[in-house]
Design a protein around this ligand. Structure first.
Ligand code: NAG
Ligand code: NAG
Ligand code: NAG
Ligand code: NAG
Ligand code: NAG
Ligand code: NAG
Ligand code: NAG
Length: 455
């Protein structure tokens, strides 16, 4: 999840980070748009990006993805700005909890074992998070293999009626992309009769495994089915198929909808799509071309992603980019990456972006990104759209509102506030509130009233 969460950071540095930037630094311009509102939330690190990523781990606690105490113990080991310390704290934790997972007799204590395996998976994912600046780092794949196998161990321990089932779908060849495989998981409601179903993807850096804890468990508890998937650029597809992001996200979603319609558990007229973080661009984009969807959730909404990211670069780099001066843009971006003054979120967002878009040059990455915009296509969307926005999301201020304005009557705009503890990007830390608001909207929108067996 997080394109949003951090690219945008370029201008969007939080106050704590902005305060660290010397006033004559070139990075001062990066901070100038930071909102003067003080984040009302307690900060877990004085590195604002590390705060956000630690909050992200804690946010999985209500739905089986982490424990609070051990995450805070890891947090205390982490040195602001040090990727290696972040890796090391979570790698140590992941191995400790892995040890717990393997020591539980899963035949006698299946729930305990499942809980431990889910946490193990989360902590291996967190250990990997900041390592994508060096594409040859073998930990990128080894940590991912560990998170996948721990997650599979947890899936196998779910009660049979609601056990998640891994499936592999296939895209068609399109004009702009050759065929690829789509790893997905079908999570049945376990309740009788065809049911509403939500198809979910994560964003710029998040996995489908993480989506279980942010959304799926809450959906299944409400008696509905969920399907998570990943497309090109997302963590498993990037690694296993060596594919970067594509803008025409309907190429990913259409095969998932085709698959959903083959399942007897799925009510064909009650299929929704939810995109989280950068998924707030991807899901509406797909819905503009895939009209079998009854509802769309963009959390948080994004309208003009690529150009908005460019606009947050220093003016001299924007000018170089606009003049197609690849050398100057690359040099300026490399200077940011090697500067001790540049905030973590700035460096991370560039490194993660180049890796996920599979572009070794910053200029080509930025060029590629410019295709990620909903300008001129929002009028092709036919389904109602829930557009979330978050008060303290200094990463993409205003994007949700702009998307809602362009959608007009189709949009239901919801502004999550800092006072509710829901002001962070994607309302991280407020998963119970967020699922209540968004899923109640979905149930009303698809007229889900037949909830027999949900009591
Ligand atoms: C900054 O925060 C204030 C107070 O919450 C809000 O009124 C304003 O709209 C915010 N500005 C931006 C650009 O998000
Ligand atoms: C974080 O806060 C501590 C204590 O206030 C301070 O000593 C340290 O320099 C800060 N580190 C960064 C990276 O801001
Ligand atoms: C795993 O558990 C065993 C037995 O409790 C213990 O001896 C060992 O040190 C643990 N290993 C780790 C990595 O925690
Ligand atoms: C990237 O990782 C590889 C493998 O660990 C290592 O050999 C190489 O030195 C690293 N490159 C940089 C620039 O750190
Ligand atoms: C896509 O095109 C490639 C190359 O032309 C071909 O080998 C492959 O079978 C096609 N895949 C599908 C799903 O049509
Ligand atoms: C394919 O790429 C062209 C040129 O970039 C673009 O105009 C067109 O909209 C793309 N088609 C799809 C389906 O994305
Ligand atoms: C670069 O181009 C964009 C889009 O045309 C424009 O909005 C921006 O102001 C330009 N920036 C500079 C510094 O020329």
């Amino acid at each position: 999840m997080k394109l949003s969460s951090s690219l945008l950071l370029l201008s969007s540095l939080s106050l704590s980070t902005a305060a660290l930037i010397p006033s004559r630094s070139p990075f001062r311009t990066l901070a100038k748009r930071a909102n003067a509102t003080v984040d009302p939330m307690y900060q877990l690190s004085n590195d604002s990006d590390f705060h956000f990523e630690l909050l992200r781990v804690l946010s999985m606690a209500p739905y089986e993805g982490s424990d609070i105490g051990e995450t805070l113990v890891a947090a205390k080991q982490i040195i602001p700005g040090s990727y290696e310390s972040f890796y090391s704290a979570f790698f140590t934790l992941a191995n400790r909890v892995l040890n717990v997972s393997t020591s539980i007799d899963a035949t006698r204590f299946p729930v305990s074992a499942r809980n431990a395996w889910f946490k193990t998976s989360s902590y291996f994912r967190s250990a990997d998070f900041f390592l994508h600046g060096n594409w040859s780092d073998p930990r990128i794949n080894s940590l991912w293999d560990s998170q996948l196998s721990a997650f599979d161990a947890a899936l196998s321990l779910m009660p049979k009626p609601i056990r998640g089932e891994r499936i592999t779908l296939h895209s068609a060849n399109t004009t702009n992309s050759t065929a690829f495989s789509i790893p997905a998981v079908f999570y049945p409601s376990g309740k009788p009769g065809p049911r509403p179903t939500i198809i979910l993807c994560n964003g710029y850096d998040g996995s489908q495994e993480e989506m279980y804890h942010f959304w799926v468990k809450a959906i299944v508890e409400r008696g509905m089915n969920a399907i998570t998937y990943e497309g090109p650029g997302q963590p498993t597809v990037r690694r296993q198929q060596n594919l970067g992001f594509i803008p025409n996200w309907e190429a990913v979603v259409t095969p998932v909808v085709d698959y959903a319609l083959t399942r007897r558990e799925v009510s064909p007229s009650q299929i929704g799509i939810l995109g989280f973080s950068f998924g707030g661009y991807l899901a509406p984009r797909a819905a503009a071309f895939e009209h079998r969807l009854a509802a769309v959730l963009a959390i948080d909404g994004e309208y003009n992603t690529g150009p908005a990211i460019l606009s947050q670069f220093p003016a001299a780099l924007q000018a170089a980019f606009n003049a197609s001066d690849a050398d100057a843009f690359n040099k300026g971006t490399e200077d940011i990456l090697s500067s001790p003054e540049a905030p973590t979120e700035v460096k991370w967002a560039i490194q993660q972006g180049m890796w996920a878009f599979k572009e070794a040059s910053p200029y080509n990455w930025m060029k590629n990104l410019q295709a990620y915009t909903l300008v001129g296509i929002t009028d092709k969307i036919q389904a109602p759209v829930f557009v979330a926005d978050a008060e303290n999301d200094i990463f993409f201020p205003g994007q949700g509102k702009i998307l809602a304005e362009h959608l007009g009557d189709l949009a239901t705009y919801h502004y999550f506030t800092g006072a509710e503890g829901a002001g962070a990007h994607c309302s991280l830390g407020a998963e119970v509130l967020q699922t209540q608001v968004a899923l109640d909207w979905f149930e009303e929108t698809v007229k889900y009233t037949e909830k027999q067996g949900c009591s």
